[in-house]
Design a protein around this ligand. Structure first.
Ligand SMILES: Nc1ncnc2c1ncn2[C@@H]1O[C@H](COP(=O)(O)OP(=O)(O)OP(=O)(O)O)[C@@H](O)[C@H]1O
Length: 256
């Protein structure tokens, strides 16, 4: 297992946003996390990626305990992520946005930057190569020198993917990668996620778009009120009574 989660709980005051969740994320697979609004999906991501510390429970990445590690440390161990909204520097180019993201994750410090040490120059070159490689991977090479404000929502999602890939993660967490894009574009983004898996990555996404989830995911985890209420293949999930009930209660639709 790439990620093993054991009895994970996060309380905010009296509210259990994630409540006693145990699950695994298998290597080289696409796992989707679904559930009605407020189910605890983003909190779950924040716990895995070290942005929140759990109240109790344990998280292991390839057998290593990462439970109380900070986000930078978890990122260095191979977990990349995107957020529900991508804030780009609008007046900068697409390439510069990716470069800035890469630079924030690399080692050269202020001393190196001021004195332009060899390490700084080497890292700069490495960052440029990595950024161009990431842009090519997500299909944005032709837009590298466009201003970020001029690209579409779908292209912004691709930039977010490129940023998440910056640290060469083993596990990529994508928070609503297809929110706000049309069905054709959703298809294109699904292709990029499949390509990530082909290149040896493990993908875990939170998504509300059921047709996309059902056709893309190998495995689905369903959260409701912080609890894991179902866990299985898309087929299992679509006929699961508790899932149908949770979605009907929220006026959402779980069928593809
Ligand atoms: N930092 C926080 N402080 C207090 N309560 C929080 C915090 N973050 C989340 N919550 C609460 O925890 C619960 C789960 O929220 P979370 O954002 O994880 O759900 P979600 O499934 O991602 O929802 P959505 O699909 O709407 O994004 C909600 O009731 C939310 O109000």
């Amino acid at each position: 297992m790439l990620l093993t989660i054991n009895q994970l709980t996060k309380q905010f005051g009296g509210l259990s946003a994630v409540n006693d969740v145990s699950a695994v994320i298998e290597e080289s697979k696409i796992t989707a996390i679904i559930g009605p609004n407020g189910a605890g999906k983003s909190t779950f991501f924040n716990l895995i990626s070290g942005f929140h510390q759990p109240t109790s429970g344990r998280i292991e990445l390839s057998g290593q305990d990462i439970t109380n590690m900070r986000a930078e440390h978890v990122a260095r161990l191979g977990v990349g992520r995107t957020f529900q909204t991508t804030h780009l520097f609008e007046q900068a180019t697409v390439l510069d946005n990716v470069l800035i993201g890469h630079r924030l994750r690399t080692k050269a410090g202020l001393f190196d930057a001021i004195f332009r040490t060899k390490r700084e120059r080497d890292e700069k070159k490495k960052c440029l190569d990595k950024a161009l490689e990431a842009l090519e991977f997500v299909g944005l090479t032709s837009l590298a020198y466009e201003q970020a404000h001029s690209i579409t929502q779908e292209q912004q999602k691709r930039v977010a993917f490129a940023l998440a890939l910056a640290t060469d993660p083993k596990l990529v967490l994508l928070d609503e990668p297809a929110a706000g894009v049309n069905p054709d574009e959703t298809e294109g983004l699904s292709e990029v996620m499949k390509k990530m898996v082909k290149r040896g990555k493990t993908v875990c996404l939170i998504e509300h778009k059921m047709p996309m989830v059902m056709s893309l995911a190998d495995h689905i985890l369903v959260l409701n009120h912080g609890e894991l209420i179902a866990n299985g293949t898309p087929k299992d999930i679509q006929k699961n009574e508790r899932v149908i009930e949770a979605y009907l209660g929220g006026n959402s639709n779980v069928s593809a």
